[in-house]
Ligand binder design. Structure first.
Ligand code: HPA
Length: 260
């Protein structure tokens, strides 16, 4: 990375399904396809381009991940979190994780933006399995406030200033790649979940381990399986992401401009 650019990002931003358009707004972009970084595979998920891009957004130096590495692609948990750890190594003190998600909260229609207040990791995986790298973080990281309360307040303020409603709830992270069964959706709702998806939780864990602050926003692209009576499909997810993505982008840009 350092042979390509000296830019020190203030913030890292991971762009979820259908949200990749924000990367086109970067000034002076230096884009590196995943598979040009040692040990990284090409991104395979449709809707994910698979590039790490450094540049300036509204004057603020940022690192953006356009697309991400998912567990369901067969990636090891340790690899899934390499991008956010790299962002931290490049200098980002905060990482904003975005994702497309299904609504577990029956009040969430497609297009709802949900600030992640906390998560439930049901992937059955952790990026921290194995000997601990003590120079990066502790063996037993605290996850009390994964999604820093100060960032949540700032994001609510940013959404209000942009005239966009922003819910707040619990994200349930699963392995995928199937969407859930209606019985699972009812169970995850019963467990306290508001939105469900196939990413984010491992990245958030790795960031907290490494001392990187985290903010998370889900874009609800569809009601959870069984709520509408209609089958779910990835095209619908991408379309809803594309439709509501610009609203999420405005919130993130204001958040970034108003960082202390
Ligand atoms: N379930 C899991 N992941 C998702 C969904 C969903 O309904 N929608 C978008 N990502």
């Amino acid at each position: 990375m350092r042979s390509r650019t000296n830019l020190v990002p203030r913030l890292g931003i991971v762009l979820g399904s259908g949200l990749g358009g924000l990367a086109d707004e970067l000034a002076g972009p230096v884009a590196i396809p995943f598979d040009e970084l040692p040990g990284w595979p090409a991104a395979t998920a449709p809707g994910h381009v698979g590039r790490l891009i450094l540049g300036r957004l509204d004057g603020v130096p940022v690192a953006m991940l356009q697309g991400r590495l998912h567990l369901y692609e067969g990636n090891d948990p340790g690899l899934v979190v390499q991008p956010v750890l790299l962002m931290g190594r490049l200098g980002a003190s905060t990482v904003v994780l975005t994702n497309a998600a299904g609504g577990l909260n029956p009040a969430y229609a497609a297009g709802t933006l949900m600030l992640i207040a906390d998560h439930i990791n049901l992937t059955g995986r952790t990026p921290l399995l194995g000997p601990n790298a003590d120079e990066i973080g502790p063996r037993f990281p605290d996850l009390t406030d994964v999604y820093a309360p100060a960032n949540r307040e700032r994001l609510h303020a940013a959404a209000e200033a942009e005239g966009t409603s922003l819910e707040e709830g619990i994200y349930v992270g699963l392995l995928g790649p199937t969407y859930e069964t209606p019985a699972e959706v009812r169970m995850f709702r019963g467990l306290g979940g508001d939105a469900v998806g196939m990413s984010t939780v491992l990245e958030a864990i790795a960031c907290r381990w490494a001392g990187i602050e985290v903010a998370g926003i889900s874009l609800v692209t569809n009601p959870g399986a069984g709520y509408s009576g209609e089958p779910l499909n990835h095209e619908e997810v991408l379309a809803a992401g594309a439709a509501a993505g610009p609203r999420l982008a405005r919130v993130i840009r204001r958040f970034l401009r108003e960082l202390p």
